[in-house]
Design a protein around this ligand. Structure first.
Ligand code: LLP
Length: 432
């Protein structure tokens, strides 16, 4: 019935998540409120982990892409689940370390890491730094040498795979700001440079072709291309690189008619292609790293809002305004992303109207969605927007000086506040 198995409706007709009544959650913690089901997150982690056991003989690692949702609590959950972590800034690195995440299980990404961030990564002993460009490669070599250290690196490669997703979240094609291009010889030149630098230990390669992708083919194509490149490196330099990180990007269910394939199918396909391609080219199979973000946390989360004004413009549309908007979910304004919403205090009633859900910011484009089926609603109702666990809190802002909402993790009917709601003092804390 719902886009996520953690959602249900109780005897009072209220939406529940992870066994908690959303109406009670809203009363206890206020709105807007992000709520995430911890068991759903753990289930997704286990599914990826087990797929590596099943299809790739356990010779792999799942690293959660924390840009999808980063805070200390989620880092601890990920650690308990035995996963690694992808961080993409000094801030995400700091969050992971503050949560006690072991640095050797971290992958440090980014197309323009600052010298300070690289120093921090070296100082704490990050497992792998994923190097994006020659400037960074040389800078890292110098910084590592000056600290008497060797940085374990992966080179970020653009495999030239054009995945079918929104152009802003597509990254594997040649016209992308990320990584070294294969076709132009840039990638091979980077390998040569990396092998020659003191302070650098080239451990492997990385690629990431985009996000919210439903097909298996682009992942399998990328895997095949990357194995080909590993083999070319072996032929040319006699070096077998041990690690192949194939990024994330696996699609999730935002709408009832979305049909993402089970996560383990990605690993099944990738494993088959990797094993075949390695056998053909006569190289050892590398350690495979997968980096899912959205598919670990996305469907586990919802956002609860209180409905305010309802404005019917005859013959045009009905605007239903909520007490949040682009400040907690900028994905409609950025990518026209579609969501399902419902009135959580009357979740058992049919959706008998179609509305535009508007946020509270001074901006006409501040919408959660247009043409959204919804129960007829009135001020004071509780609205739930579904599948907001990924790239919502992490992309939230204080535009219009709106404080960011709180985040609650629920587990078997028990809520746990993991990020406090911002208050007005938080907004002026750094003002001088
Ligand atoms: N690894 C790397 C290097 C990445 O750049 C990303 C996402 C991931 C892994 C995780 O991808 P996922 O499994 O979450 O698709 N803000 C956009 C998504 C941007 C994704 C950026 N990179 C959105 O809201 O759709």
């Amino acid at each position: 019935m719902f886009v996520s198995p953690c959602l249900d409706v109780n005897d009072q007709g209220h939406l529940t998540i992870g066994g908690c009544d959303t109406v009670e959650l809203a009363q206890q913690f206020g709105t807007p409120l992000y709520v995430m089901d911890e068991s759903e997150i753990r289930r997704a982690c286990a599914s990826y982990r087990e797929s590596i056991e099943r299809y790739y003989d356990g010779k792999g690692l799942v690293a959660y892409a924390s840009k999808a949702f980063s805070c200390k609590a989620i880092c601890r959950v990920i650690l308990e689940e035995g996963l690694g972590l992808d961080v993409v800034s000094g801030g995400e690195l700091y969050t992971a370390l503050s949560a006690g995440f072991p640095p050797e299980k971290l992958f440090f990404h980014g197309n323009n890491k600052t010298p300070q961030e690289l120093r921090e990564a070296l100082e704490c002993g990050v497992g792998y730094i994923v190097v994006d460009n020659v400037f960074e490669l040389e800078l890292l070599g110098e910084l590592a040498s000056s600290q008497g250290k060797t940085a374990n690196i992966l080179l970020r490669i653009k495999p030239g795979v054009d995945a079918h997703t929104h152009q802003f979240i597509r990254t594997g094609q040649i016209d992308s700001k990320f990584g070294f291009a294969l076709e132009t010889g840039e990638a091979m030149a980077a390998v040569e440079r990396a092998l020659s630098l003191t302070g650098i230990h080239l451990k492997g390669l990385h690629c990431h072709i985009g996000s919210q992708i439903f097909d298996r083919e682009p992942f399998e194509a990328a895997a095949e291309i990357m194995i080909g490149f590993l083999a070319d490196i072996h032929d040319r330099w006699g070096r077998e690189l041990e690690v192949l990180n194939l990024g994330g990007g696996f699609g999730i269910k935002y709408l009832s008619d979305h049909n993402p394939i089970p996560y383990d199918k990605y690993m099944e396909g990738i494993s088959r292609v990797v094993k075949q391609a390695c056998a053909q080219r006569g190289i050892a199979t590398p350690l495979i790293v997968m980096e899912p973000g959205r598919s670990i946390v996305g469907a586990a989360g919802i956002t609860l809002y209180t409905v305010g004004g309802v404005k019917e413009i005859p013959g045009i549309r009905t605007y239903v305004s909520v007490d949040g908007g682009m400040t907690d979910n900028p994905r409609y304004i950025l990518y026209q992303s579609e969501y399902e919403a419902l009135i959580a205090n009357r979740a058992d009633q049919p959706k008998d109207t179609v509305v535009t859900v508007a946020g509270r910011c001074c901006e006409s484009g501040d919408l959660i969605g247009e043409g959204m089926p919804l129960q007829r609603t009135q001020p004071g109702d509780l609205m739930a927007v579904l599948s907001t666990g990924a790239y919502n809190y992490s992309m939230a802002s204080n535009y219009n000086r709106v404080p960011r909402p709180a985040v609650v993790l629920v587990w078997n009917g028990t809520p746990r506040l993991v990020i406090r709601r911002e208050c007005y003092e938080d907004l002026v804390r750094n003002d001088l």
